[in-house]
Design a protein around this ligand. Structure first.
Ligand SMILES: *[C@@H]1O[C@H](CO)[C@@H](O)[C@H](O)[C@H]1NC(C)=O
Ligand SMILES: *[C@@H]1O[C@H](CO)[C@@H](O)[C@H](O)[C@H]1NC(C)=O
Ligand SMILES: *[C@@H]1O[C@H](CO)[C@@H](O)[C@H](O)[C@H]1NC(C)=O
Ligand SMILES: *[C@@H]1O[C@H](CO)[C@@H](O)[C@H](O)[C@H]1NC(C)=O
Length: 514
């Protein structure tokens, strides 16, 4: 689970498809289900295995219906969200009735549907396995796992004093019901019921239709382990059950899911929980070429959503970002592209060779990080802002040119984020400010009228930079152009927006400084 402690307004339903390029052959059909969990109303109270199973079966019944629907639409793999079977707010003790001991598929081959007697107390595993088998579909679900561990008086032992680990766990079943993968979440997010595994687990599984997939859970997506390690091993298709509480302007679900898919050039199958009180919605099937996503909006009925999309199998031979040539870099740098594109008038754009003007900067909190901003005062122009030695550059043209009075600012942040998790960042963000005062820049806003053509550029000290363009009412736009160069310069160019700009962001993760 991941969430920020903020009040946030939800939205009405959006399902949209962004197509950039036709997918390459071969392809497969993937499905993700955004699930409204049937909750245990008293999660702090321990309950019997029998009562826990009664609760779990109610969510499993919904999974069964959705597996049937997904299979009817040709899906070969279906992903369910984190916490989707048991819910939230358990303690270490109160979740005990929900635990099953999940055997390690790397140690033994087990089909819970056809060999139900092999392991006792595995009703949930059996039901998921039979579901996969019945509908002839790969199923990924998240559930709590209990693993006995050796009690030890050694204070460095990671075995809890009750002699068992309790893990937040993804399980994967093949289309004949075989348990093919088990992954324990490494980056917990205030989850009292669960333990961090002693080592990060890098777990993949193979499929006949699309080759290899890697597994992660929710908050994991922000960290090197397991996410970047999976990518470095050449895994290009990630499966991502999550229970993510939205936080604009930089970490709304669909915004960051899309950013990771584009920034790492991978496919991400993301299934979130749907909960209005917990501000959770936003799921999608993201490939380097297209995004099929769902983000509920205010007033929408609080209900689940199945997404199904045809997805290209990504070339497993491709490794790492292609680096642009010097020639390309010259032709794409802010000064040349903007000058050529005609949206820069000489009176508002300084020539690249002249000394850049210095602007009045101010600081404002964005995502709890004190960021440095400059305002975009004009209809068109060129601004830059630095936080320490880290600098962001922007060339922009607002549309309509005299229409909107909405305030925009360019923000930079370089440092370690410390609230609700610790991680090092370099961020360039073009944001619509929430109000008309500059102190509102970096605060939450969901709608905008002002469209903008722009080039956003930063000089990053990491190659892990994730781009996003979020338009009004939770519409994703794919950047017209996104390029990382060998020297760390990252450029995001965009124009012809279909809706007002809420945020454009280059989110750089400095994993090496965590
Ligand atoms: C779980 O905790 C969250 C806040 O952490 C709270 O808003 C929510 O009401 C709780 N849910 C239940 C079922 O207790
Ligand atoms: C993404 O990967 C594909 C191969 O799957 C490759 O053709 C393409 O150039 C890559 N895109 C970027 C931006 O590196
Ligand atoms: C925007 O206007 C404010 C107040 O007039 C000024 O202080 C600031 O320097 C201007 N910023 C830019 C980038 O021109
Ligand atoms: C811009 O302002 C001019 C003159 O005030 C007006 O005629 C025109 O309609 C405005 N255009 C837009 C897009 O608001």
């Amino acid at each position: 689970m991941f969430r920020f402690n903020v009040i946030f307004v939800c939205f009405s339903l959006i399902t949209a498809v962004v197509e950039m390029e036709p997918g390459a052959d071969p392809w497969y059909v993937a499905a993700v289900y955004e699930h409204r969990v049937v909750l245990n109303p008293e999660p702090y109270v321990p309950l019997s295995r029998h009562a826990a199973l009664e609760h779990l079966q109610r969510n499993l019944d919904i999974y069964e219906e959705q597996a049937a629907r997904a299979a009817q639409q040709g899906a070969q793999i279906l992903v369910f969200p984190e916490d989707g079977l048991h819910g939230f707010n358990f303690t270490r003790t109160s979740i005990v009735g929900y635990l099953e001991t999940i055997p390690d598929p790397q140690q033994e081959s087990w089909n819970p549907c056809t060999e139900p007697e092999k392991h006792v107390n595995t009703e949930v595993l059996r039901r998921l396995s039979c579901m996969a088998r019945r509908h002839n579909i790969y199923i990924v679900a998240n559930m709590p796992d209990r693993q006995p561990c050796p009690l030890s008086t050694d204070p460095t032992s990671s075995c809890p004093s009750d002699g068992r680990w309790q893990f937040n766990t993804n399980v994967v079943f093949s289309s004949d019901g075989l348990l093919v993968a088990r992954y324990h979440k490494y980056n917990l997010y205030f989850e009292r019921a669960f333990d961090t595994p002693p080592q990060p687990e890098i777990i993949t599984f193979d499929t006949p239709f699309a080759g290899k997939f890697g597994l992660l859970i929710c908050f994991d997506i922000l960290f090197k382990e397991p996410t970047v390690t999976l990518l470095e091993k050449g895994v290009r298709q990630l499966i991502y059950p999550t229970a993510w509480m939205n936080q604009l302007p930089l970490l709304d679900t669909i915004q960051f899911q899309r950013a990771v898919s584009l920034g790492a050039n991978v496919t991400l199958l993301a299934a979130n929980i749907r909960s209005d009180p917990l501000i959770m919605t936003g799921s999608g099937i993201y490939t380097p070429f297209s995004a099929t996503y769902h983000h509920a909006q205010k007033g929408d009925p609080e209900e689940g959503k199945l997404l199904v999309a045809r997805v290209p199998v990504l070339d497993p031979e491709w490794s790492g970002q292609r680096v642009a040539t010097e020639e390309e870099l010259k032709s794409e740098s802010i000064s040349s592209v903007v000058a050529d594109s005609g949206f820069c008038h000489s009176e508002s754009c300084s020539d690249a060779s002249s000394v850049p003007p210095s602007f009045t900067t101010f600081t404002s909190s964005m995502m709890y990080d004190t960021s440095t901003f400059v305002l975009l005062n004009d209809t068109r122009g060129k601004v830059h802002v630095c936080d320490g030695t880290f600098c962001c550059h922007l060339q922009y043209l607002k549309l309509p040119q005299n229409g909107s009075r909405e305030l925009y600012a360019l923000g930079a942040f370089a440092g370690t984020h410390l609230v609700n998790g610790r991680y090092a960042l370099q961020v360039c963000a073009l944001v619509r400010c929430a109000g008309s005062d500059q102190s509102s820049c970096g605060q939450i806003v969901e709608e905008a009228e002002t469209k903008m053509d722009f080039i956003l550029e930063g000089q990053f000290e990491t190659k892990h930079v994730y781009p996003s363009v979020l338009a009004s009412k939770m519409v994703l736009e794919d950047p017209e152009h996104f390029r990382k160069s060998a020297d760390g310069r990252v450029t995001l160019k965009h124009s012809d927006m279909t809706a007002g700009l809420v945020t454009a962001c280059l989110y750089g993760r400095m994993y090496h400084l965590d």
